[in-house]
Design a protein around this ligand. Structure first.
Ligand code: FES
Length: 102
């Protein structure tokens, strides 16, 4: 069973934005796609660049380093050079609190 940890307030994550947070020592990318919050590993699976410094277009994040693309709703790779998907984490929103299951 997952343990849910508070990571951010909903006011810090407007629709169409993303943010790097830490929970239990893990870097997590939070993304708000049309009001739905998703949580993924904070690093690109290619060479570990931080993804929150990249570009978000709808549900697609582009890594700032070598431009791999991922679907933030599933973690799937959409464009190389990354080959491995991003890990995903379950999210709960309770009032203004964003909680991630670890
Ligand atoms: S580190 Fe992300 S594409 Fe290379």
């Amino acid at each position: 069973m997952e343990d849910y940890t508070w990571v951010a307030d909903t006011e810090e994550l407007a629709p169409g934005t993303m943010k790097l947070v830490r929970a239990s020592g893990v870097s997590i990318l939070l993304v708000n796609v049309n009001g739905e919050v998703h949580a993924l590993s904070g690093f690109c699976t290619h060479s570990k660049c931080y993804l929150h410094n990249g570009k978000l277009d709808g549900k697609v994040v582009t890594c700032p380093c070598h431009f791999a693309e991922f679907d933030v709703t599933t973690g799937a790779v959409l464009a190389p050079p990354a080959r491995e998907p991003l890990s995903t984490y379950p999210v709960k929103v309770e009032g203004n609190d964003i909680l991630v299951g670890m």
